[in-house]
Design a protein around this ligand. Structure first.
Ligand SMILES: [Ca+2]
Ligand SMILES: [Ca+2]
Ligand SMILES: [Ca+2]
Length: 334
């Protein structure tokens, strides 16, 4: 064993010499990274605690290891259950490679809460697991136009439809929201009809403050199918109603209503995202027939209607909606 170690030591010297003379021809791993002992040279610390992402920007991890080796940072929301992983393999952890913008891997999102941080080194046998707790005092600022996160009650122009046996309402404080503390819930048994309930979201005045081009503009919502779930069991329709003549009213006989249909698959919070320009086609790529000018015009969007439907033979059906937001150049990142 001693012999092996000294041979390795000679090898390191040789590699070092080689690297100095011909840096452009050295591509192999540093032997210290492969065989050197692992230690934490400088404790890993967080740049902010507490952190207000809206004011402070990103949180970074800073520290130094004895060698390049894989590290995994796992951040878990104490209340939301949100998760974010940050991985790397560099010896130095810094704002260049170990930053967190307050976002999650997927829904649910982080909220104002404590988060538990765990750092592991999966390739270093017997290495310590590091723990910390950080308080979030302000959520990250989302790029985009937030339509509603259901956090402030219903708007004055919203229109709610529920079958007589269906409850459709904003629910707050039960810890089940995709983001924040409130979401919209539709639930009930309707043995005679696919239609369960809908909520038509409209601004208090005028149209939504959206760009005129439908290209690179994405509608996003969080959806959690709960009961009567599956690709033949239930679906949502999202109606995009345009007020093309700017009279403050949508006329279904003369103006465009684009309908996007999404069948449910799983009972987790998922991101439903669609580019506005693609609303002119159905899921088969065939053009949709609408009664207006046939042009998708987000700046004329007067209302977004979220409509939940399920097979009447399936008994109780339930779905949750949250965080309706338009983003540019790509889908929303929770
Ligand atoms: Ca919410
Ligand atoms: Ca109109
Ligand atoms: Ca139009």
């Amino acid at each position: 064993m001693k012999q092996t170690l000294s041979i390795l030591a000679i090898g390191m010297v040789l590699f070092t010499g080689c690297r100095k003379n011909e840096p452009e021809t050295f591509y192999g791993p540093d032997l210290n990274d492969l065989f050197g002992p692992f230690s934490i040279v400088q404790n890993i610390t967080v740049s902010h605690n507490p952190i207000n992402f809206a004011l402070d920007g990103n949180l970074s991890f800073n520290g130094e290891l004895s060698k390049n080796t894989d590290w995994v940072i796992t951040i878990t929301g104490a209340n939301s259950g949100a998760i974010r992983n940050i991985t790397g393999s560099e010896r130095i952890l810094s704002s260049a490679n170990a930053t967190w913008n307050g976002g999650a891997n997927s829904y649910p999102a982080f909220s104002i809460e404590d988060v538990y941080i765990e750092i592991t080194f999966p390739n270093e046998e017997g290495s310590p697991v590091l723990y910390d707790t950080v308080a979030i005092t302000g959520e990250k600022i989302d790029d985009g136009v937030l339509i509603t996160g259901f956090e402030n009650g219903a708007g004055s122009n919203w229109v709610v439809f529920n079958q007589t046996t269906v409850t459709g309402e904003i629910v707050c404080g039960n810890g089940e929201s995709a983001k924040g503390t409130c979401h919209y819930s539709v639930e009930g048994v309707v043995g005679w009809d696919w239609a369960k309930g809908s909520v038509s979201i409209q601004p208090d005045a005028g149209t939504f403050p959206l760009q005129s081009s439908p290209n690179n503009l994405f509608f996003n919502m969080a959806l959690k199918p709960v009961e009567s779930v599956g690709p033949t069991s239930s679906f949502i329709q999202i109606w995009f109603d345009e007020d093309e003549n700017d009279d403050g009213i949508f006329d279904p006989n003369t103006e465009d209503r684009y309908i996007y249909e999404y069948w449910t698959t799983d009972t987790i919070w998922e991101l439903v995202s669609v580019e506005y320009a693609s609303l002119t086609q159905d899921e088969n790529g065939d053009p949709l027939v609408t009664n207006g000018n046939g042009l998708p015009e987000p700046s004329k969007l007067l209302s977004v209607n979220l409509f939940f439907l399920s097979d009447p033979n399936n008994g109780n059906a339930k779905a949750l909606f949250d965080h309706i937001i338009f983003t540019s150049n790509g889908p929303y990142n929770p």
